[in-house]
Design a protein around this ligand. Structure first.
Ligand code: SF4
Length: 375
């Protein structure tokens, strides 16, 4: 039902081919709720660093992945394991290794996101372990990184990033853009590129995230970032550079799009809706129907996180009734498909106008256009 509905929408509005054709295929599993760091910009609700006994066991995730894999038949499937920090302790590391191993056997492209500071422990405990990709968080040059992540973290994360290159064919250096590091990015990129890293992913903070106001970037900072990084990107050896973009505010979104369009992007759909700027520089627009329909995010306890709750900042367990264990009917029916359809049906026509940014698809409740229309 959902696919049919989306295909109709695609034809009606001449959206890029394949925009909604394969869903959902990205599984993001958080395996714990604990971390050895306390970064200033941490994107999880503050004060919720604690392990519990209720986490799903390794074998339960493996059963789920097997079922998902057999039933989905959806082509490429991606598994990303995160936590707060998935390498925080021996139990988590063991779980990560086993779940990723099973996922790869089941045909997933599987990898994980880590702060990198305990990577040496992973290598010592599991020297044979291999993943398809690893994403290591480094926030800037040594001084800037350690300001955000804590003294000595840059050194440890760099060691981790170098070790990761032996463990996966693709290693991303991942950076969250904040008011502290955004001006330092060109220097950071050059330094990382000189050390042989070629894949970079940047994330803007999710609007409304409970981080200190002093850390938040403005849309104007992102515009500046795009210009500067676009120039630098041409001078360094880079395979992929990606900006995962949640605009801080949609008030000047048209200006952001105009700036992006000055790069003469090609819009297409891969794992997300993507604007390809020149020379392997991509912007992925997160929080669009494409993301909602192609991604499933699970809590360490096995609850499927309601994508609408994420947007409302209230993704607590009591708001997540769907659990891995009662997920047998999937993928015939995504538990949230009715909500997704309702959301898509409520997208005002104006959002499909070329003068607007059609890939936002009217989802942002602060959009001035939809507000004017009473949306
Ligand atoms: S490493 Fe990640 S989870 Fe840990 S404190 Fe930093 S941002 Fe939060």
């Amino acid at each position: 039902m959902l696919i049919k509905h989306l295909n109709k929408l695609q034809k009606k509005h001449a959206l890029p081919i394949g925009i909604f054709s394969k869903l959902p295929k990205l599984l993001l599993i958080t395996i714990n709720n604990d971390c050895n760091l306390r970064c200033a910009h941490c994107d999880w609700l503050k004060g919720q660093f604690a392990n519990t006994d209720n986490y799903l066991e390794t074998y339960e995730w493996e059963i789920f992945l097997d079922n998902f894999s057999k039933k989905s038949g959806l082509g490429e499937k991606i598994l990303v394991i995160s936590g707060k920090e998935p390498l925080v302790d021996e139990k988590s590391r063991q779980k990560l290794v086993q779940v990723i191993g099973t996922a790869r056997k089941d045909g997933f492209m599987a990898g994980f996101i880590t702060n990198g500071t305990r990577f040496d422990m992973l290598v010592n405990e599991h020297p044979e372990f291999q993943a398809d990709f690893i994403d290591i968080s480094i926030e800037g040059t040594r001084k800037i990184n350690d300001l955000q992540r804590g003294q000595g973290c840059w050194e440890k994360a760099m060691t981790g990033a170098l070790l990761a290159q032996e463990m996966a064919p693709t290693v991303f250096i991942s950076t969250t853009l904040t008011a502290i590091n955004i001006k330092n990015i060109p220097e950071h990129l050059k330094a990382m590129s000189n050390r042989g890293f070629k894949n970079f992913v940047f994330h803007s903070l999710i609007p409304g995230e409970p981080v200190e106001n002093g850390l938040k970037t403005q849309d104007s900072n992102i515009l500046n970032f795009l210009e500067k990084v676009g120039q630098i990107q041409k001078k360094i050896v880079s395979s992929q550079m990606i900006l995962d973009f949640y605009p801080e505010s949609f008030d000047d979104f048209p200006e952001i799009i105009r700036t992006i369009q000055s790069f003469k992007p090609r819009f297409f759909v891969d794992k997300y809706i993507v604007a390809e700027l020149d020379a392997n520089f991509y912007i992925r627009f997160i929080n669009t129907p494409q993301t909602l329909t192609t991604s499933l995010l699970f809590s360490p306890e096995g609850h499927l996180v309601d994508p609408f709750e994420i947007r409302d900042q209230s993704y607590l367990k009591e708001n997540m009734p769907v659990h891995v264990r009662n997920f047998e009917s999937w993928p015939k029916e995504n538990p949230y498909q009715q909500k997704i359809i309702e959301l898509i049906e409520n997208i005002p026509e104006v959002c499909f106008n070329q003068d607007c940014f059609k890939f936002c698809l009217g989802q942002n409740k602060f959009c001035p256009l939809t507000r004017k229309k009473g949306g």
